[in-house]
Write a protein that binds this ligand. Structure first.
Ligand code: FEO
Ligand code: CA
Ligand code: CA
Length: 667
């Protein structure tokens, strides 16, 4: 998700207000006949007049749709009983499953970690506890086990108005109640910095239930204060040098780590996404980084870190922002290892770094750049994966070719190499080296003519069928004249999913074919133009696809970000999406989050017997829900934490979903 100050409340919060698509009925109170009729009219429109008249001449449209629904339902790869969509303050899972909270913000990870106490937060305590908002979730087996491993979790960002008691005041503004957030103290900023980054946590399944191994020997917190090394072509470049690091190779910390990945050699990769918010101040007049920073929206100043730490103030440390926006790789087997920022993989608002070994042994990473009208990328290593000696893959990510996607109107996709000296990436356009090209990846991709997408989020290769799924979450700013084949809707409030088939089934291929798997949104509202299969129920459709996963059977699961009362009348959740055969584009709701939360993860244990999901910022969004310990935004939030009880659904959490009685999920 993107985190900005809300114009309504001043809170650093989600971009819910941007998901302002056509009005939808939040209730589910139409008859089945109305739903079928609405679907039929959409199908008729999609399939053309010939199909419609042929149908009309023979059988009743309702009978035909019902028959189609039955065929699709029969062909579905998912057998669970669907959960009902809705809105309340709790999480819910489909019948027959347990959804147990495994980790929550503030949970102690080490022997000497203090217990969580919202009234006594400190940076020291937070650095020994599970961090705030959790986005990416990965699992790295210990000794090959599906029941004992390391859970790696990105802590993307912080919501101070939900974290700190007493910082919100209600004021009268032009005769209306408005909220004012007090400036954070240095101590609160320090808590925020410690709440970002990632957690590496040993977990074990005992008697069918997952437990955290407190003080596991590989447990680790990575924060915005963890020392890291810059590696690859841009390391040591002048544009990465600062007063604190005249060599341009040592960075302190990582932040806004959104979706990420685990490599085939068992390291944890964290993608630095909305880095612009952490910088404030102004570059010196005429500074050479001005255009570079503008292209990334730097500085945005949503965070107050620059008021307390000079490195986040562009006036004082103009190069620091060039040291963020990278992919970070962490060796989880050594808690003292120095994470590496892998500059070969480009610098942008990185989302996701899911990987797969190509036919010839090179490793391919799919990377989104989550901004309206930005691009989809893939990185192909030069070296080959060594499965026999995992340590030999240690620096594979320092050498390879980054590519950006051009989606043709004819259904082909071209992966264009981003290489200094090739095409327009030359001195004439201000690039003196590959380091320059990587530091300004977006500008290089602009020059190559990449296709401007509707906010590329997670991109997932699927080894089971050779396909790649691209989540495009939404783009309310796309105008009718900006519509193209790969971004087919103007004012795209609900997003879509593209499926890529790389040429020859080779993930490293330079070209492929693509098609739209799904246009999202409510399929019963004609002007939305959603394309779920006719077998999809009123609970089964969704908007704003964001993170995703494939299980080991190759089935697609999609998590959403940005639904809610105003946008879709349902909370975010996890949907199972058929991609094959008659059931293709049928979607079913499996899990949903409390109001105000975003659905992240998701991740399947290697034996498919657990789905780990991450619940970010429950309670954000301004609605009245007593269980959150506050009546609404427009009251003093100091009423929130004094009433704190450990089981309140207020804390970002990782939830482990298992089938009652055991067995594989959804089989
Ligand atoms: Fe952090 Fe693009 O979601
Ligand atoms: Ca998200
Ligand atoms: Ca995301």
């Amino acid at each position: 998700m993107s985190d900005h100050r809300s114009p309504d409340t001043g809170f650093r919060t989600s971009l819910l207000e941007e998901n302002d698509g056509p009005a939808v009925n939040p209730t589910d109170n139409r008859t089945m006949g109305e739903i079928i009729a609405a679907r039929f009219s959409r199908r008729g429109f999609l399939k053309g007049s010939l199909a419609v008249s042929a149908i009309a001449a023979t059988v009743s449209p309702l009978a035909l749709v019902a028959a189609d629904d039955a065929r699709a339902a029969e062909a579905s790869a998912f057998t669970f009983d669907e959960l009902e969509a809705g809105i309340d303050d709790k999480h819910h899972v489909a019948p027959g499953y347990d959804a147990d909270v495994l980790l929550r913000w503030g949970d102690p990870l080490f022997a000497d970690s203090p217990e969580f106490d919202p009234a006594k937060q400190s940076a020291e305590a937070q650095a020994k506890q599970f961090g705030y908002n959790n986005d990416y979730v990965g699992y790295i087996p210990i000794d090959g086990s599906a029941e004992h491993g390391l859970l790696v979790v990105n802590h993307e960002y912080t919501n101070p108005h939900l974290m700190f008691p007493g910082i919100v005041k209600i004021v009268d503004k032009d005769g209306k109640k408005a909220a004012e957030v007090a400036p954070l103290s240095k101590e609160q900023v320090d808590v925020e910095m410690a709440a970002h980054g990632g957690s590496i946590v040993e977990i074990r399944k005992d008697g069918g239930k997952w437990q955290v191994v407190r003080d596991g020997k590989l447990n680790r917190r990575i924060t915005s204060n963890t020392e890291m090394q810059l590696a690859g072509p841009a390391a040591g470049h002048d544009r990465l040098k600062t007063n604190a690091d005249p060599a341009g190779t040592k960075v302190i910390g990582t932040f806004n780590n959104c979706a990420g990945g685990v490599t085939p050699w068992g390291t944890y990769v964290m993608a630095e996404e909305n880095i612009h918010g952490y910088f404030s101040g102004e570059l010196p007049e005429g500074h050479k980084e001005a255009a570079n920073y503008k292209r990334l929206g730097i500085p945005e100043g949503a965070y107050e870190w620059g008021a307390h730490y000079d490195r986040f103030n562009l006036a004082k440390e103009p190069n620091e922002a060039n040291r963020f926006g990278w992919i970070v790789e962490v060796d989880v087997n050594d808690p003292a290892s120095v994470p590496r920022k892998r500059t070969a993989m480009g610098r942008f608002k990185h989302e996701g770094a899911e990987s797969i070994v190509a036919k010839d042994g090179r490793v391919v990473f799919y990377l989104g750049d989550d901004e309206r009208f930005d691009y989809a990328y893939k990185f192909v290593t030069t070296g080959k994966f060594n499965a026999n000696d995992l340590a030999a893959n240690k620096d594979l990510l320092d050498d390879g070719t980054l590519h950006v996607a051009k989606f043709g109107e004819d259904g082909t996709v071209e992966w264009m190499p981003i290489v200094f000296g090739q095409g327009p990436l030359t001195a004439e356009n201000g690039f003196a080296s590959q380091a320059d090209v990587l530091i300004e990846t977006r500008r290089a991709a602009d020059l190559l003519g990449a296709t401007k997408m509707d906010r590329p989020e997670d991109i997932q290769p699927n080894g089971a069928n050779g396909k790649v799924y691209v989540m495009l979450t939404n783009n309310s700013k796309r105008k009718a004249e900006q519509v193209d084949a790969a971004n087919p809707r103007a004012s795209n409030a609900f997003g879509h999913i593209i499926e890529i088939s790389e040429d020859g089934g080779d993930f490293a291929a330079a070209k492929g074919k693509w098609e739209v798997l799904l246009k999202c949104g409510d399929p019963s509202v004609a002007e939305v133009g959603a394309t779920f299969s006719t077998a999809t129920t009123a609970n089964g459709w969704f908007g704003m696809p964001d993170n995703c996963a494939v299980d080991s059977a190759g089935r697609l699961w999609v998590a959403t970000d940005g639904q809610g009362p105003k946008a879709t009348g349902r909370t975010d959740g996890l949907w199972a999406v058929d991609t094959e055969g008659a059931a293709r584009a049928t979607s079913k709701l499996f899990f949903r989050v409390p109001i105000g939360a975003e659905m992240c993860g998701p991740l399947f244990a290697p034996d498919d017997q657990t789905a780990f999901v991450a619940v970010q910022h429950p309670g954000d969004g301004g609605e009245d829900w007593e269980a959150f310990g506050r009546p609404s935004y427009y009251e003093d939030l100091s009423t929130r934490w004094p009433d704190f009880k450990p089981d309140m659904p207020t804390r970002p959490s990782v939830v482990a979903i298992t089938k009652k009685g055991g067995g594989k999920i959804a089989v």
